[in-house]
Design a binder for this molecule. Sequence first.
Ligand SMILES: O=C(O)CCC(=O)C(=O)O
Ligand SMILES: [Fe+2]
Length: 273
Amino acid sequence: MAKGGKRESRVLRLAYLFSADISNATTGIISSSPLTWSCESHQYTNEIVSLDPLVIYINNFTSFQEAEDLIRLGEDDFEDSFIARSKGGLQKVSGRTSQSAPLEVSHALVSCILSRARKFMGTMMQPDEPFSIPQLVRYAPKQRYDLHTDFWPHHQVMNDGSGRLFNRVASFFVFLRDNCTEGETYFPAVDVLDEDAKNGGNLEKSFGGKMTRGERDGREMGVKFKPITGNAMFWVNIDKDGNGDRRLVHAGLPVGEGEKIGMNLWPRKFYNK
Ligand SMILES: O=C(O)CCC(=O)C(=O)O
Ligand SMILES: [Fe+2]
C-alpha cells in the first residue's frame, strides 16, 4: 500500500511537471492543460474563527502530497527572510529569523493552488487582480516572525507602469510541514476567545487542539493556531474604505524542536482603478 502510494505520488508529480512544460511550450497558458484536473477537486472545509475581523480556518486547503510537492518546488531557493518595506525595497530585520523561498507562479501546481485560493475568495477578488508571488517560509528551532501586519500602511504602486495602487487585501497562511513543537501562528487581537470563555466554551476541546488561547504578558489574549500540514488560515487585512485593520497583527511564534514550513498567499486589491 505504501509502495502504491509512493508510486501514485510520483506519477502525480510528473503530471504537474509535465503539464507545466507542455503548456509553457505551446500556449504559455497553464490553466488550459488537461493535466491540471486536480485544481477542481479541492477537499477543504471551513470554520469561521472570527466574524469581525474576518478570520476563517481552512481544513485541508492542500493535501499532504501537494504540501510536500510545494516544498520541493521551492526548497533549492530558500534564503534568509526579508520583509517588503512600505517605501519599497526589501530589508532584513531581526524579528524575522526564518528562511523564505518564492514559488514559480507559472508552475501547474502553484497555479492550481492560486486558483483554489481565488475561488475561495469569491467576489472579493476581481479577475484582473493578481496574487503576489507565493512564498514558502521555513523555521528551524528558535526561529520566529515577531508581531507584524501583512498589509502596508500605504498602498503600493504596481511595477508594471500602470500607476495602479495595490495592497494585500487578505492573507492565506498555509501550514505545509508540521514536524515541530510550538511555532503557532498567533493573533493577539482576535478576541473570539474571550467570548468563548464567557459562555463557558472550551476552544481547545471544541476544535481538537487546532486553535487555542494565546498569552501575552502573562494574560490570556487572542488566539493561536497549531501548525497542521495542509490546514490554513485566511483573514482580511484591509477594510472597505481601503484602510488596514491593525487587529490582524500576528506572529509566527518561535519553533521549539523540529521544522515548520508554511506558505504565504497574498491576494492584491487595486485601490485607484
Ligand atoms: O509563521 C507563521 O506562523 C506566520 C508567518 C507570517 O505571518 C508571514 O510570513 O507573514
Ligand atoms: Fe504575516
